[in-house]
Design a protein around this ligand. Structure first.
Ligand SMILES: [Zn+2]
Length: 143
């Protein structure tokens, strides 16, 4: 991708239970099983707030068909409660790290909209990222 191609910064959750760990090794294994060439997201944020880089910034990701060629994918670990139901399970450390990361991405790509996966136009109904992206991070884009 070129910088001008980036129209969306897309937030995902891993859709895993908040009381279990879903490591970057497990994520890589699962994405390779889906024939991706590596982790499909550009960034993966663990429950402890640690940031894992999956793809290089302008590399095309594998996270939001048909938007992969015009978006950056960011995923946080979790999104399901202990019973497997969609839930905003973001930890304080994840929120802080995502705020930092999305702020940086917004500066790099000022024209790109920060959206949740489910908010992408034409996307089949889904829970991902299990939170209201506009409410939680919309302020980063300003008015
Ligand atoms: Zn998603």
């Amino acid at each position: 991708m070129r910088e001008s191609d980036v129209r969306y910064i897309v937030l995902h959750c891993s859709a895993t239970r908040c009381n279990t760990d879903y490591t970057e090794e497990m994520l890589l294994r699962d994405h390779l099983a889906r024939k991706f060439k590596g982790i499909g997201y550009h960034f993966y944020i663990r429950k402890d707030g640690r940031r894992v880089q999956g793809r290089k910034l302008l590399e095309v990701g594998a996270h939001a068909v048909p938007y992969n060629r015009c978006s950056i994918g960011v995923c946080y670990e979790g999104g399901l409660d202990e019973n497997g139901r969609p839930c905003n399970t973001m930890t304080e450390k994840q929120r802080a790290e995502l705020t930092d990361l999305l702020t940086i991405l917004h500066k790099l790509f000022p024209k790109a909209r920060i959206v949740g996966h489910r908010d992408l136009p034409g996307t089949v109904p889904k829970a991902c990222p299990c939170l209201d992206t506009r409410k939680v991070f919309g302020w980063i884009e300003g008015e």
